[in-house]
Design a protein around this ligand. Structure first.
Ligand code: B12
Ligand code: SF4
Length: 517
């Protein structure tokens, strides 16, 4: 049987890396079936095109995974595929939290033949075999233990994802028109992939807005160091072979949740020479340990994504994230910066203690920190979170099914001290000011004492990063971005050209000497 795994885009933002679930389920598919992956973020298709593809490829089962944010699109595509007579199974966080919606048991339209609840590592092979026999059940869920809790996959052993062989073309971040030029640079930049790797699952912190503690449970499970190191080595070999670049996103929700284990993993990565540039999510409270930060730098860590959420301690208390202290953020970022590690600092606006002007207040605080990549979202009540329940009980949900009419930057409830429109404007303002040409120039200039590579790398990261939220897919959009940022790009290009000439001169000097008899 031919299986299509499909992840919809949300039509607004663009992911910079593939979704791990697709590769994982592909690796867990029993032999004898062929699995094709399509990620709408990388390969946009209309509903008709997807149905055409399913027919043309003679697909026998379609698996769709979606976060809440893109579930409306997922349902639409599922409806079109089912109308063409092909069964659809849906999985992922949203359908786990709202299975009745997907199955049409809540009075609405049915969108899926079957749903896979929770972690599907063990149920997926069963789903495939049932579908191949034409005996798909409606609901697949993990087995329960004696206490009635889901039996979670231990991640030991962990399936081998054959990154070295997989076609990743649709996920390359280098725009096609730039590839010939980039190919000639240094050790080759003709392709650049950010690849998701998990080293563990689960987070016990239970922040009010987060689905992770509910979904993955508060019991944390880790892969063996050996299996992570092996995956990195295979990726590194592929990049070398293709004369391209690869970076890894360790998608664990809190990579340092067990500091002792992380240190041991990083030491093993270093010992095996398996370093690739990597990014990971780590909460600020776990970045106090100098030895850990040294190991992060030495093992290839370049960016740490920190869920800072708010600079207001009252907001942090409101969302049960008191363990993360705004007063400590500057110190944490300086500790990272001393090792040339950037931080992607994530903020949530529209919390109950936020007022008009929150963007400016937050940005002026950010300005006093080492330069990083700030991102801004809004407090969103995802189904089955404590936040959703609190707002529902208080009758504060303006759009209880906000995912059915997803609107970027429009909140589903009204914060206590500002309007929904004010929250939208604050969020937009924060994005625009943080990635304006002036701010990009300031950020790079504040790194004046650093090496050329570090400054150029920071600018490139800023220009690419902006594209996640303001997609710049066309040649025209890229050219406009370059023109707008010419004030900072031009001196860097001049510096690069001087370095290149210098290197050539030195090289030809050595060659001339070599020729002396
Ligand atoms: C990496 C990541 C991202 C990446 C993008 C995704 C990517 N390319 O991988 C980035 C950083 C860009 C991102 C962004 C966002 N993310 Co995010 N992200 C994650 C993260 C940390 C890991 C995802 C992952 O790969 N997990 C590991 C895999 C193995 O787990 P899984 O995806 O759940 O898949 C398993 C099962 O669900 C199931 N399954 C999944 N799909 C399917 C499909 C089928 C057919 C079947 C059978 C089974 C199945 O099988 C898998 C194996 O067990 C998760 C948290 C988490 N730990 O999962 C949050 C998470 C998915 N993100 C979340 C959110 C809210 C967002 C943002 C909206 C945040 C924001 N405000 O900007 C944005 C939206 C992005 C967008 N494009 O619009 C929420 C989603 C909640 C929800 N109900 O939808 C999560 C759960 C985190 C949270 N705090 O609650 N994210
Ligand atoms: S620390 Fe991060 S992953 Fe853990 S519960 Fe809080 S927001 Fe979710």
């Amino acid at each position: 049987m031919k299986i299509l795994l499909y992840n919809p885009d949300n039509g607004v933002t663009r992911n910079f890396m593939p979704h791990l679930w697709m590769f994982l389920l592909q690796a867990l598919t029993p032999p004898g079936h062929e699995v094709i992956l399509v990620d709408g973020n990388a390969r946009a298709m209309t509903d008709d095109e997807i149905v055409g593809f399913v027919r043309e490829q003679k697909i026998g089962l379609v698996g769709i995974g979606a976060m809440t944010r893109m579930v409306a699109k997922a349902y639409r595509v599922a409806d079109a595929i089912r109308a063409a007579g092909v069964p659809v199974v849906m999985g992922g966080p949203h359908v786990t939290e709202c299975p009745d919606e997907a199955l049409g048991r809540d009075g609405g339209q049915r969108h899926a033949d079957a749903v896979a609840l929770g972690e599907a590592d063990e149920t997926w092979p069963l789903i495939v075999e049932d579908a191949a026999r034409g005996e798909l059940r409606e609901v697949y869920e993990p087995e329960r233990d004696a206490k009635g809790l889901d039996r979670k996959p231990s991640l030991q052993p962990y399936p081998v994802i054959p990154w070295e062989k997989l076609s990743l073309e649709q996920f390359s971040l280098v725009p096609k028109f730039l590839r010939p030029l980039m190919n000639r640079m240094g050790s080759g930049w003709g392709s650049f992939y950010v690849v998701p790797i998990e080293t563990g699952r689960g987070c016990p912190y239970g922040c009010e807005f987060c689905t992770v503690t509910g979904f993955f449970g508060d019991s944390i499970r880790f892969r063996t160091n050996e299996s992570v190191v092996d995956e990195l080595l295979r990726l590194k070999a592929r990049a070398r072979r293709e004369r391209g670049q690869v970076a890894v996103f360790f998608i664990d929700d809190n990579l340092a949740i067990n500091i002792k284990r992380l240190k041991s993993l990083l030491r093993d990565i270093i010992a095996a020479g398996a370093q690739v540039p990597w990014v990971a999510q780590i909460s600020a409270n776990l970045l106090r340990d100098e030895e850990l930060v040294d190991l992060i730098a030495e093992s290839g860590g370049k960016w740490v994504f920190i869920g800072m959420e708010s600079i207001d301690p009252q907001n942090m208390a409101d969302v049960n994230k008191n363990f993360s202290k705004p007063g400590e953020y500057k110190q944490v970022l300086e500790r990272l910066a001393r090792r040339n590690i950037y931080a992607i600092t994530s903020f949530i606006f529209g919390m109950d203690n936020d007022e008009k002007g929150v963007a400016e207040r937050t940005l002026s605080e950010i300005q006093s920190w080492p330069p990083g990549l700030p991102v801004f979202g809004q407090l969103t009540p995802f189904p089955a979170t404590p936040l959703y329940e609190r707002l529902e009980k208080a009758g504060r949900l303006d759009r209880p099914k906000h995912w059915m009419d997803f609107a970027p930057f429009v909140m589903a409830h009204t914060p206590l001290k500002m309007t929904i429109e004010e929250a939208r404007l604050e969020t937009r303002k924060a994005w625009e000011l943080s990635y304006s040409p002036e701010r990009n120039a300031q950020a790079v200039e504040s790194l004046a004492g650093q090496s050329f590579q570090y400054r150029a790398g920071h600018l490139i990261a800023r220009l690419f990063f902006r594209g996640i939220y303001f997609p710049q897919m066309t040649k025209r959009a890229w050219l406009k971005l370059i023109v707008d940022n010419r004030r900072i790009i031009y001196p860097l290009v001049k510096e690069a050209a001087a370095k290149w000439r210098d290197a050539r001169r030195k090289k030809s000097g050595v060659t001339a000497l070599d020729r002396v008899p």
